[in-house]
Design a protein. Structure first.
Length: 71
């Protein structure tokens, strides 16, 4: 399985959005605050400004979750 993610990760205050490419298929993925708190280790109580500031790191931590959801 080949996995890649785009560098464009956005946080609109409610949802983290990015692009994951699994086996050559680009897929838009999203994670709300509850998902971030549950699946991004170290961000179990992150505030909005923290999610915005660390959105790329959070997205990386959520990769296993996104891959499971899109495989």
């Amino acid at each position: 399985m080949s996995v890649d993610c785009s560098r464009a990760v956005e946080w609109d205050g409610k949802v983290l959005t990015g692009l994951v490419v699994v086996n050559g298929v680009p897929t838009k993925v999203t994670a709300d605050r509850a998902t971030i708190h549950a699946y991004a280790t170290g961000f179990s109580d992150a505030l909005t400004w923290e999610i915005d500031r660390f959105r790329s790191q959070i997205f990386e931590k959520l990769m296993p979750f996104f891959i499971r959801q899109n495989s």
